[in-house]
Design a protein around this ligand. Structure first.
Ligand SMILES: Nc1ncnc2c1ncn2[C@@H]1O[C@H](COP(=O)(O)OP(=O)(O)OP(=O)(O)O)[C@@H](O)[C@H]1O
Ligand SMILES: [Mg+2]
Length: 472
């Protein structure tokens, strides 16, 4: 009672302006209706509003502060009994790349490059739940901030970026297109050749059926090639993957030792990838993807590689980017967004557990602080390595069929039973979000976007001709 009298008195003493008087009264009566009369923050703001009513800026600032609390309370009352209460309000979850709105409160939902995307994001949902659309929104948002995207995909949807972004390079990874040049034995600037050897040999072993020991065999032959070409002395005369193949092919002494099976296994692996991408690998110096990303978006189309080939190539490229950044910590690296649509194709939990941790997963964790923003989109979180599912900053759960995948996600996102069951009601483009630093999961309606009709091969080829001329 005493407080109320004090407020009435203050209002009459200080609020002379009609607009401010009316606004103060309106807010004041709403506060009472909502049972917020004893909220200390509101009381303090009301006091400041009346005493400093001559100062428009202060008045409006305090008014906004009160309205934010009022709005949160209104939403809480509206959504009473709803499993996702309280909802975020105001700017609580509105990072710089806007992706949608929180379903109940209409607050913006967005993710910032730093620190949110830099700490990784996982998008998971059934087929047709809106994963690719969301990846597109992220890439478009990043582009507006001057950040380039590297997209790995198999459905040829990413090539549509060339319509809006002329600086997009589309690399089609197969035997028929000859504009991609890549040498996975080329050592990027600042990187120790020995790290390159261990990345390439481990990834080769991991990507193809596991056969312990092949990694050391391959490492030995790369080492020999590097030695022969003076790579450890700084020479740029890098051997190509074909050189590696022929060297192992000629390793006749292995035929009579226990190295024979390693030799065969290594040849099979190299053969398989050279058959599919042999042209691209026939260069001593290829495109330095880790540097091209400073100036362009890159889309890697991997539909023709087969699952093992995809794991192999994506892992090599990512390892190269990660390693380059880890090895050059003093360079100012621009942020990049890496989108792996259909991440189930690469991040295989079975392989991860069998190998004691995929090379690409461990490098990814080390590289996070160097401006690499990883976005994994997958339809089966159960098949993904645990480290990818659990260690990301933001988890976005779109509609999933029930079963172990939903169970896995709801455990990882700490959803209660009601929240988990709510997943069945989600429509395409709607999702449950859990992010580090925010105490509750919440519901988001993502912005709609119609993915355009796929651009044809001829148009991509025409687009690439001029860009490739600049690269060469
Ligand atoms: N934010 C959205 N709002 C409304 N509808 C959406 C939204 N996102 C996606 N959709 C609808 O869902 C359809 C499928 O979207 P999208 O291709 O992004 O799903 P996906 O999860 O990538 O599917 P797939 O697993 O088959 O690749 C779209 O054609 C569109 O009609
Ligand atoms: Mg998709």
């Amino acid at each position: 009672m005493e407080k109320m009298n004090e407020r009435v008195e203050m209002k009459e003493r200080y609020l002379v302006d009609a607009y401010k008087m009316k606004e103060y009264e309106r807010i004041y009566s709403r506060i009472q209706e909502l049972g917020l009369a004893n909220d200390p923050v509101i009381n303090n703001s009301l006091k400041i509003m009346s005493v400093f009513s001559h100062n428009k800026e202060v008045f409006e600032r305090e008014r906004a502060r009160i309205l934010q609390i009022v709005q949160a309370k209104e939403i809480e009352q509206q959504l009473k009994g709803h499993p996702f209460v309280p909802e975020p309000v105001g700017t609580e979850v509105s990072g710089e790349i806007k992706l949608g709105i929180c379903k109940g409160s209409n607050a913006w939902f967005g993710l910032s490059l730093k620190p949110e995307l830099e700490e990784g994001a996982l998008v998971t949902g059934r087929k047709g739940s809106g994963k690719t659309t969301l990846c597109y929104l992220l890439s478009r948002g990043a582009s507006k901030l001057g950040t380039h995207t590297l997209t790995f995909e198999v459905k040829l949807e990413g090539r549509n970026q060339i319509a809006n972004n002329k600086d997009t390079l589309v690399f089609r990874c197969d035997m028929t297109h000859d504009w991609f040049k890549y040498n996975f034995l080329e050592v990027p600037e600042g990187v120790d050749p020995l790290s390159k050897i261990s990345d390439v040999s481990d990834i080769t072993e991991e990507s193809y059926e596991y056969y312990v020991g092949t990694s050391s065999y391959i490492a030995y032959h790369i080492y020999e090639l590097y030695k022969r070409n003076g790579i450890f002395e700084g020479s740029k005369n890098f051997p190509t993957p074909w050189d590696l193949y022929w060297k192992i092919e000629k390793d006749r002494k292995s035929l009579i030792t226990r190295d024979a099976r390693y030799r065969e296994s290594a040849l099979n692996r190299l053969n398989s990838i050279l058959l599919r991408m042999g042209k691209a690998f026939n260069y001593k110096i290829g495109y330095q993807i880790e540097k091209l990303l400073d100036d362009c978006n890159i889309v890697m189309e991997l539909d023709n590689l087969g699952k093992k080939g995809r794991i192999f190539l994506i892992s090599l490229i990512l390892a190269q980017i990660f390693r380059y950044r880890i090895s050059n910590p003093n360079k100012k690296h621009k942020a990049i967004l890496v989108i792996i649509d259909e991440a189930n194709e690469i991040y295989d939990r079975r392989l991860d557990e069998m190998t004691g941790g995929l090379t690409v997963c461990s490098l990814d964790r080390q590289a996070r602080e160097f401006g690499i923003c990883m976005v994994y989109a997958c339809h089966d979180p159960e098949g993904m390595p645990r480290s990818v599912i659990n260690d990301v900053h933001t988890q976005i759960l779109l509609s999933l069929p029930g079963g172990t995948s939903l169970k896995r996600m709801s455990e990882s996102m700490f959803l209660d039973t009601e929240q988990k069951e709510y997943d069945y009601q989600l429509k395409p483009g709607e999702g449950i979000v859990r992010r580090a630093g925010h105490p509750h999961p919440f519901l988001v309606k993502f912005f709609p976007h119609t993915l355009p009709q796929r651009i044809g091969d001829e148009e991509v080829q025409k687009h690439m001709q001029s860009l490739i001329a600049e690269l060469d």
